[in-house]
Ligand binder design. Structure first.
Ligand code: DX5
Ligand code: ZN
Length: 227
């Protein structure tokens, strides 16, 4: 069975206490942090930009992945690179030259991913699959943390897993939105490699470290029962 990773989204973190929040998920053993960047145009919300990302870079050595929910990713690759991200994900729904931006991101020796919204056909990303490191399947409509996981995403994840296996690629599948300890097992089983979790981690009553551990434990528990 594949090892499933958890990538906490700091969108639901306490920004007045960000250093402790990040340290807390580090203690739980995560390898990356998910940065939700929203511009108020592509999605009906505004989050944070390169200035905050630069501060996060100063407090952790974890891989930082920027999920750009913005209409003009091309103009913002450089600022996020400068801020110290390790990977950039942009959306397939944008009417831009996807291959050009992939080449630019990869040319800077960082990771690149493509995100797919709930209403977008997963087949749209097929021609680009071999050129990116990961595909991010949105399992909620982007814009806000704390929404309910859209069940139909499970079919999309398995469909994508089949494409990837069929083409013998190593592209990772990341799933973003509404992930928690109750559904993590079934999402991993459908074919996800990385689970993004915001509110289930930073809104956990025992704190973010416990939030991550609860999801990891639910996965281990499931794997144990499958043997
Ligand atoms: C939604 C974001 C997600 C979200 C995850 O626009 O891309 O990363 O914040 O948060 P939860 O886990 O609370 O759904
Ligand atoms: Zn996200």
């Amino acid at each position: 069975m594949r090892q499933t990773e958890i990538s906490p989204s700091i969108l639901s973190a306490d920004f007045a206490n960000l250093k402790n929040e990040v340290e807390s998920v580090e203690h739980a053993g995560v390898k990356s942090i998910h940065l939700d960047i929203m511009d108020g145009h592509f999605v009906p919300n505004i989050s944070f930009g390169p200035v905050v990302v630069k501060s996060v870079r100063q407090i952790t050595d974890l891989a930082l992945w920027a999920h750009l929910m913005i209409t003009d990713p091309e103009s913002f690759v450089d600022p996020f690179l400068k801020a110290g991200v390790n990977g950039i994900v942009f959306h397939i729904e944008l009417d831009i030259d996807h291959s050009q931006i992939i080449d630019y991101i990869k040319g800077n020796n960082i990771g690149c991913g493509i995100a797919v919204n709930p209403d977008t056909d997963i087949r749209k990303i097929e021609p680009l699959l071999e050129f990116v490191d990961r595909i991010l399947i949105m399992s909620v409509y982007p814009g806000f943390g704390g929404q309910k996981f859209i069940e139909n995403s499970l079919n999309k994840i398995s469909e994508l897993r089949n494409f990837i296996e069929g083409l013998k690629l190593n592209t990772l599948i990341e799933v973003d939105g509404g992930v928690n300890a109750d559904n993590a097992g079934i999402i991993a089983e459908a074919g996800a490699d990385i689970l993004v979790a915001g509110s289930a981690v930073f809104g956990h009553s025992g704190g973010p470290e416990q939030g991550v551990r609860a999801i990891y434990n639910s996965l281990i528990h499931r794997e144990y029962h499958e043997k």
